[in-house]
Design a protein around this ligand. Structure first.
Ligand code: SAH
Ligand code: SF4
Ligand code: F3S
Length: 470
């Protein structure tokens, strides 16, 4: 029998890239490749890049640099660079990364077999960054094998983005927004559930503008949530990312009403200052954002909230930055992701002549201030669970080691807890919803102990409003 070729994929960036890696693995499997755990063993190495900040771009370049000696020692090894930097930089990337054999953008993933054939034909370097027209774009269906499927699965509902946030490179790297047909989404969710997934996260850059159903009120995303919620056997439903300007009351109601809907809401605000938001071309004011959150929280008081923050945006004054701090204090998010502004090529900010004028030291200082404030808030928010018993969907062995299991609360909080003495019973808990008593907090996670038998999964019951048991 011919020896299987091996592929090693190193991934950077967001959930879209995570999803893309899964599809690449499936496509390459059909070509006779098996995934391996390190570049040293691989015949093909793919670096799936992210271009969102300059630092992300550097990461892929240094990863490629680290492969230089390996590549020299193993001339047969092929190195491909995929993802958003490949799309953005095209042939320029080949110049900058001499070890790369070819580069390809996200729309070229289905063409991977022919790209590999093209390279092995003449071993001439090339870059494949053609973008598929919106009308012709077809989503790749996931084709997982049972062993690939985890308790939690990602299902894409949208590609690209039609917004024009001034700082953002994504519309340039991922192209125009396309919504995936609802039947495909529902069928894929059902396929993952049939293979053992219990939680699904619907992904897209701006899921709220999903538009492939044609509902009379135009709120196709709320309708999609309803349809996915009806998939038998699904236990939890999440989605990311939302754009505040398109976040509707019906989606807030879905958190309250749908059987599987979790109590996690990631609503990136970027800045607490309306003036900064205007320069970012975000399309909402601080007050409008706060009103939407307040409404969502009124409907679902248990919501756990997270957000993204950019500090040091062009022209951000001390007073504007203070408004970001005051917004964080006012909202009390459970968790935030914060970044210093990074100027990116081909973004509206350049056309708008928004100069990257906040000095690096000021950006750093602001970032530290934001993170210090959030550490206190996160500690307080996690503290609210201590002493309570909450439902945990068990994902597997804890990364903390020490024979623990881990899983998440509905609000996305990670919980590590002691496993039963009998390892086969511990394994049987994976994929179950179980009551865990929360005993302590860590910086970003919770610690707990098992209190009882798995909760009988009510798979088609009326809405379960009580995400926390006691
Ligand atoms: N579609 C998502 C964001 C995807 S990018 C949304 O609209 O929320 C993830 C995060 O990276 C953004 O929310 C933003 O906080 C950050 N980001 C994007 N471009 C950036 C830049 N040029 N500099 C710094 N942070 C940036
Ligand atoms: Fe970028 Fe804005 Fe689109 Fe998010 S919504 S991907 S920040 S342009
Ligand atoms: Fe990065 Fe591209 Fe995602 S730039 S954040 S990998 S869409």
């Amino acid at each position: 029998m011919e020896k299987k070729r091996r592929v090693y994929i190193q991934n950077f960036g967001c959930q879209m890239n995570d999803y893309d890696v899964e599809r690449m693995v499936e496509i390459l499997r059909a070509q006779g490749y098996a995934a391996c755990a390190s570049a040293e063993e691989a015949d093909l190495v793919v670096l799936n890049s992210c271009a969102i900040r300059e630092k992300s771009e550097h990461k892929v370049q240094s990863a490629a640099g680290r492969l230089k000696e390996l590549k020299a020692a193993r001339p047969g090894m092929v190195l491909a660079i995929a993802g958003c930097v490949a799309q953005q930089e095209g042939a320029r990337l080949l110049k900058r990364v001499p070890t790369a054999d070819f580069t390809f953008g996200p729309d070229q993933i289905p063409a991977l077999p022919s790209l590999l054939a093209r390279f092995s034909d003449g071993r001439r370097r090339f870059s494949a960054t053609d973008v598929i027209d919106v009308e012709d774009y077809a989503f790749l269906d996931a084709d997982p094998e049972p062993g690939d499927v985890k308790v939690t699965a990602l299902v894409t509902i949208q590609k690209g983005c039609d917004n024009h946030c001034a700082y953002c490179i994504v519309p340039h790297t991922r192209g125009r927004e396309v919504s995936r047909p609802a039947d495909e989404v529902v069928a894929e969710v059902a396929r993952f559930v049939a293979l053992g997934a219990r939680e699904v996260t619907l992904i897209g850059q701006n899921v709220n503008s999903y538009h492939a159903i044609g509902t009379p009120d135009g709120d196709d995303f709320a309708e999609l949530l309803r349809r996915v919620d009806a998939v038998p056997g699904l236990v939890r439903l999440r989605y990311t990312t939302s754009h505040p300007k398109d976040f509707t009351e019906k989606v807030a109601e879905a958190h309250r009403d749908l059987r599987t809907m979790t109590s996690w809401l990631h609503l990136p605000v970027q800045s607490g200052s309306t003036r900064t938001l205007r320069r970012m071309v975000r399309g909402y004011t601080r007050e409008e954002y706060l009103r939407k959150l307040e409404h969502a929280r009124r409907l679902s008081p248990e919501l756990s909230l997270s957000t993204d923050i950019i500090v040091g945006y062009p022209g951000e004054t001390d007073a504007e930055f203070d408004e970001t701090l005051s917004l964080l204090a006012e909202v009390e998010y459970d968790n935030i992701y914060s970044f210093g502004y990074s100027e990116r090529p081909d973004t509206p900010a350049l056309k708008l002549k928004l100069k990257d004028d906040v000095p690096a030291e000021v950006k750093d200082a602001r970032l530290q201030q934001v993170q210090a404030l959030q550490r206190e808030i996160t500690a307080r928010r996690l503290g609210r669970f201590v002493g309570r018993t909450a439902e945990v969907l068990v994902e597997g062995a804890s990364r903390s080691g020490a024979g623990q299991l881990c899983g998440r609360l509905s609000g996305n909080e990670m919980v590590n807890f002691g496993e039963p003495a009998d390892p086969s019973r511990a394994r049987a808990l994976v994929g179950q919803l179980i009551p865990v008593r929360i005993t302590a907090t860590r910086a970003h996670t919770l610690v707990g102990e098992l209190t009882g038998a798995p909760i009988a999964l009510a798979l088609a019951s009326p809405p379960r409003r009580l995400k926390v048991v006691a």
